[in-house]
Ligand binder design. Structure first.
Ligand SMILES: Nc1nc2c(c(=O)[nH]1)N[C@H]1C(S)=C(S)[C@@H](COP(=O)(O)OP(=O)(O)OC[C@H]3O[C@@H](n4cnc5c(=O)[nH]c(N)nc54)[C@H](O)[C@@H]3O)O[C@H]1N2
Ligand SMILES: Nc1nc2c(c(=O)[nH]1)N[C@H]1C(S)=C(S)[C@@H](COP(=O)(O)OP(=O)(O)OC[C@H]3O[C@@H](n4cnc5c(=O)[nH]c(N)nc54)[C@H](O)[C@@H]3O)O[C@H]1N2
Ligand code: SF4
Ligand SMILES: [Mo]
Length: 708
């Protein structure tokens, strides 16, 4: 029946569910794609309603330029808009130097866009000042993975392995709301007799599925993981053979863990010693086990050490580098994984190469046709970059993020954005951040353009163009091409995504995230199930990246669904234990701010809400912000369910209706961060950064509640 439906992928989260789209502009219809293995046809409400955001009723369809006369954003031609952005950037560069131009990207951008944006910053602008919102997302897990395994890929195994392991500890992930179709993997795990442990200060829909729910105080996962490791050692449940053969650094890590007595951990985290013992028993009784983390333990000013502690638990019990066992991070954004591999991160070059590595610089400079010495060094991390706006960064090009809603200490960030000499924003809608811009560039999105994305499993997918874009919009690649040309780079910024991808393959060749053996032709094959990186071009028969299709009958690299089975990606092939010890959150409650605030998501809104707040069905399901609090806390404040509460922190205040529930700890309140204005959760959050990953502490700060 739906013979004309085009197979593609959802615009939103890292699961990158497969779907097909049929019909034309204004009447795009979502058709199930049951043959795509990750979601097997299932979609959440956001994915199902995503076509609503393709409609030109909610879209930007013409460039906007701020009028010098009226101070308002007014419609302009593309030529005027591009000229104005190029002029804003080049004037800044002439007056203040290349590093006065900043670039801010997003983990929702395709690999091609992320790659082109990184190249644009380093080659066309010559600035070191580029970073992206992925820094707010899973950067702590990435840093910990690098440190322990020598490589960071969200999951080192396909989701399909989860139901076949014996026990999963899910730490700070509310999968049932943030990746609903993936809940199936946990349900199947339990049906197969496996155990599920969920660690979350709230009894979420996900925690309700658990055999054991541990509800620590926010910010104490590090102590909790160390307490579990202490018990593993005390109860003689370490895997000595694995530790001996496959790891290094155990003695120091062991000593650090032994300092965390279970009774002490109980006092810090609020998780009782019997619960700790139950968790250790479930985890160690299993033949194979996994630990999966998401933003709960990662978005902390000690997120890297926290993830490190969970990795240590896996290593000490032999649950890594073998089938059906290991540590994995559930990445977040549609291209959260690929977006961090190809160069929009402050310290990175394509292929997950390091900007400080001379060999990496030489390789990428050759692909780009520039002198390696011309490439700038590492720049600032996302929050530090935003904090420097109006200081040494005078102009900013922003693509694929809405920091006015999503950045920590958002009122300050908003004020920094307003203090810029020049701000350009490329977006599909007039986001809260775009409203502040001098120039707004209306761009195409997911189903209107082709590009690749890399899902949380490291699976590289082709997201195909399925519908035509409204008249008046251009792609991000077009924008970068036009700007580069005006900045003197006529060549090197193609607008055809496949051409960009072929260059990305060459730039990534030989790097940790090697895509050189992946081509559009290959991604179109079969059911479009994708290819897992690393996937080098086969060295034999020199089937180089330039020879698509030519080597069809030649051996091609199959891709790498499972990492580390024979060795880890460190120099000596061993996984590294890192000795970590617990420390407090950057801001602990005190007499003035006695309550802990944590933040996160709800099922029917996505991120800053720029897209999902424009969909009626989603707004009816999740109309606005709220403060989730325990009945005891509500009674003390004398607020009833639905009555407004003011939440005050050292950064600001927010007002939202109370949602009273015993599913949250009595010392903690929770706010979702999807809304701007008076109920903006990020008016309150603390931008304290993890020293390694530079991740802000979205998950813990101290607040005071008042009746509004
Ligand atoms: N519906 C929806 N789905 C999404 C998104 C969305 O915005 N909306 N965004 C996507 C993106 S980019 C991401 S990163 C993922 C995020 O996916 P998740 O990580 O699942 O989402 P969060 O709600 O941020 O946090 C998960 C849980 O962490 C808990 N938590 C809070 N503080 C702590 C703590 O100190 N320790 C522990 N262990 N847990 C804590 C919260 O109570 C929450 O239930 O979701 C993706 N999917
Ligand atoms: N308090 C609190 N704050 C948080 C978090 C939290 O848990 N708590 N989580 C953090 C996390 S994990 C994340 S990932 C961030 C996300 O926060 P943001 O970076 O603000 O994420 P989005 O709302 O997805 O913003 C993406 C923007 O890009 C636009 N867009 C979509 N597709 C395209 C495209 O193809 N091209 C261009 N140019 N634009 C496009 C969208 O319309 C939208 O305006 O928020 C962080 N902020
Ligand atoms: S789970 Fe994620 S990828 Fe799947 S439909 Fe929902 S938002 Fe889209
Ligand atoms: Mo994220």
């Amino acid at each position: 029946m739906h013979t004309e439906a085009t197979p593609t992928h959802c615009p939103y989260c890292a699961l990158q569910c497969g779907m097909s789209l049929a019909g034309g502009p204004g009447e795009v219809e979502v058709v199930e794609r049951p043959e795509f293995p990750v979601n097997q046809g299932a979609l959440c409400g956001k994915g199902r309603t995503a076509p609503a955001v393709l409609s030109s009723r909610v879209r930007l369809t013409e460039p906007l330029v701020r009028s010098h006369a009226t101070g308002r954003l007014e419609a302009a031609t593309w030529e005027e808009a591009i000229a104005r952005v190029a002029e804003g950037l080049s004037r800044t560069r002439t007056e203040h130097g290349a590093d006065a131009c900043g670039v801010f990207g997003g983990g929702g951008l395709t690999n091609e866009k992320a790659y082109a944006l990184g190249k644009f910053a380093r080659v066309a602008l010559g600035t070191s000042q580029i970073d992206y919102n992925g820094r707010f997302c899973m950067s702590s897990a990435a840093a910990a993975g690098q440190r322990a395994f020598g490589l960071d890929r969200g999951l080192p195994f396909p989701l399909a392995d989860i139901p076949r392991t014996g026990c999963v500890i899910l730490v700070g992930s509310n999968l049932a709301e943030t990746m609903p179709p993936a809940l199936r993997y946990l349900t199947e795990l339990k049906a197969n007799g496996g155990k599920l442990i969920v660690v979350d200060p709230r009894r979420t829909r996900t925690a309700e599925q658990a055999d054991l729910h541990l509800a620590p105080r926010p910010g104490t996962d590090l102590a909790l993981a160390l307490g579990l490791l202490h018990l593993v050692v005390a109860e003689g449940r370490t895997d000595e053979a694995f530790i001996e053969e496959r790891t290094s650094g155990w003695e120091e890590a062991r000593a650090a863990a032994m300092a965390h007595w279970p009774e002490h951990v109980e006092r810090i985290s609020g998780v009782s010693v019997p619960e700790l013992r139950d968790a250790v028993r479930m985890f160690c009784d299993a033949e194979a086990a996994m630990v999966l983390t998401a933003r709960g333990p990662e978005q902390q000013s000690k997120g890297t050490d926290t993830v490190g502690a969970w990795i240590n638990l896996c290593l000490a019990t032999g649950n890594a580098g073998r089938p059906l066992a290991g540590y994995g991070c559930l990445t977040g954004q549609g291209n959260g994984q690929g977006g961090r591999e190809h160069g929009q991160k402050a310290d990175q070059l394509p292929g997950y190469r390091k900007l400080t590595d001379p060999a990496a610089r030489a390789h990428v400079a050759e692909v780009w046709g520039v002198d390696p010495d011309s490439l700038p060094g590492p720049g600032r991390s996302a929050y530090e970059l935003l904090d420097a706006l109006g200081g040494d960064i005078k102009a900013l090009l922003l693509m694929g993020s809405n920091p006015v809603v999503s950045a920590p200490r958002a009122a300050h960030v908003e004020e920094r954005l307003r203090s810029l000499d020049f701000l350009a924003v490329a977006d599909v809608v007039l986001s809260e951040t775009a409203r502040l811009a001098d120039v707004v560039l209306p761009v195409t999105q997911w189903a209107e353009e082709t590009g690749t994305v890399t899902n949380l499993e490291g699976r590289v997918l082709l997201r195909r163009r399925a519908v035509s874009a409204p008249a008046g919009v251009r792609s991000d690649l077009d924008v970068l091409h036009g700007l580069a040309a005006r900045l003197g780079h006529e060549k090197g910024f193609p607008t055809d995504p496949e051409e960009v991808f072929d260059e990305l393959r060459r730039a990534s060749a030989g790097g940790p995230a090697d895509y050189s053996g992946i081509s559009y032709a290959r991604l179109r094959e079969g059911d479009g199930e994708g290819v897992f990186w690393p996937c080098p071009a086969q060295e034999s028969g020199d089937a180089g990246p330039g020879e698509d299709g030519a080597g069809a009958d030649r051996a091609v690299h199959a891709g790498t669904p499972r990492l580390f089975l024979t060795r880890f990606a460190t120099d000596d092939g061993r996984a590294r234990f890192v000795p970590v010890v617990h420390r407090d959150a950057a801001e602990e409650p005190d007499a003035e701010f006695p309550v802990l605030l944590t933040t996160g998501r709800v099922l029917s809104q996505y991120q800053s809400g720029a897209q999902t707040r424009r969909v009626d069905e989603l707004n009816s399901a999740a109309p606005g912000p709220f403060v989730e609090l325990h009945p005891r806390l509500a009674a003390r404040l004398q607020v009833g369910d639905g009555e407004p509460v003011t939440v005050v922190s050292r950064r600001g205040r927010a007002v939202a209706p109370a949602r009273i529930t015993s599913a949250i700890r009595a010392d903690t309140v929770f706010m979702p961060f999807h809304w701007p204005g008076e109920g903006r959760a990020n008016s309150l959050t603390n931008p304290a950064l993890d020293p390694v990953s530079r991740m802000p502490e979205f998950k813990v700060c101290a607040v005071r509640l008042e009746r509004a």
